[in-house]
Design a protein around this ligand. Structure first.
Ligand code: IPM
Ligand code: MG
Length: 355
């Protein structure tokens, strides 16, 4: 029987609740699909600060490399907000992404037919939306040097190297080839040198993918177009910070940020994470939506472990639960038959996915 070793980083806030539900679902499909998962829990973010004094302990850094893949919940919270930047929970996550080399963050924004009324936009604008945001994850202004706060000024540096742009552009074109063969590269080339450079390189890379149509859009216009007519997009290719912002905006097309998964991949072990944060305001109440994390676990099965049938089962189970009217609080006002707790939703998906 196949065996997989999965790193588990629950993190802070709602992280532990949502990851527990994803584990429940993974356990259920592993039984019916005939594979065994061993879980290895590791600390990151606020939980790591409390236990070890640093947001990314060496044990975590070494531990993830020994796993086939890593499932991550969420980090951060008011308790750690006043720490120095390099000691904050967010630094742990950014450091881990960098150390794992997960330079490509795939963030699908998919609108379930069952939830078209949950979006803050009109149903006919969002029905059928299926966008893949390919966000560069280990470069750009998040990591560029120099960076500092001085007495009377502060600065960060947005920098991309040729190789960084080439490798993320290739990921976007390859994904587009398996989808609707359109890439929209989002930048701010009318103002920023780094974006002009990005655009020139993306145009070069596109020559190797003649079957894929490449367009370009400035980021401010892209934000507007996402709200105006989101169905025009197939794959959005963009830099770290633009992707961070646009993927939150895209998430609301689907009705709730609690629905959207992501895969952070590179050359080695991947990190599978919901796009939302740790939601400290609702932590511990059992009302969080675990679907983004459960979908992230499905992406992990599909992309990291090649367990495609198990992943399909989970995706179908999510659709079925939504179709039957099971809703967590965040989407509870829309066509709900029953409001579920976080753990009820995990039970329902685990049950349907194991059929
Ligand atoms: C995300 C988050 C992170 C980011 C934070 C928590 C560091 O917003 O995954 O989108 O900015 O990348
Ligand atoms: Mg974000």
């Amino acid at each position: 029987m196949k065996r997989y070793s999965i790193g588990i980083i629950k993190g802070d806030g709602i992280g532990p609740e949502i990851v527990d539900e994803a584990i429940k679902v993974l356990d259920a499909v592993s039984v019916t699909q005939g594979f065994i998962i061993s879980y290895h829990e590791m600390l990151l973010g606020g939980a790591a600060i409390d236990a070890t004094g640093v947001p990314m302990p060496d044990d975590t850094l070494n531990g993830v490399q020994k796993c086939d893949s890593v499932l991550f919940g969420a980090i951060g919270g008011p308790k750690w907000d006043n720490l120095e930047r390099h000691l904050r929970p967010e630094s742990g996550l950014l450091g881990l992404r960098k150390a794992m080399g997960t330079f490509a963050n795939l963030r699908p924004a998919l609108v379930y037919d069952e939830l078209v009324n949950a979006s803050s936009l009109k149903a006919d604008v969002v029905k059928g939306v299926d966008i893949m945001v390919v966000r560069e994850l280990t470069g750009g202004i998040y990591f560029g040097q120099p960076r500092a706060i001085e007495k009377d000024r502060a600065y960060n540096t947005m920098v991309y190297t040729r190789d960084e742009v080439i490798r993320i552009a290739k990921v976007a074109f390859e994904i587009a080839q398996k989808r609707n063969k359109r890439v929209c590269s989002v930048d701010k080339a009318n103002v920023l040198e780094v974006s002009q450079f990005w655009r020139e390189i993306v145009i070069e890379v596109a020559k190797d993918y003649p079957d894929v149509e490449l367009t370009h859009m400035y980021v401010d216009n892209a934000a507007m177009q996402l709200i105006r007519y989101p169905k025009q997009f197939d794959v959005i290719l963009t830099s770290n910070i633009f992707g961070d912002i646009l993927s939150d905006a895209a998430s609301m097309l689907s009705g709730s940020i609690g629905l959207l998964p992501s895969a952070s991949i590179g050359s080695g072990v991947g990190l599978y994470e919901p796009i939302h944060g740790s939601a400290p305001d609702i932590a511990g109440q059992g009302i969080a939506n675990p679907l983004a994390t459960i979908s992230s676990a499905s992406m992990m099965l599909r992309y990291a472990l090649g367990e495609v049938v198990a992943a399909d089962k989970i995706d179908e189970a999510i659709r079925r639960a939504l179709k039957e009217g099971y809703r967590t609080n965040d989407i509870g006002s829309y066509d709900a038959k029953e409001i579920c707790s976080c753990s009820d939703m995990g039970d329902i998906i685990a049950n349907y996915a194991s059929k």
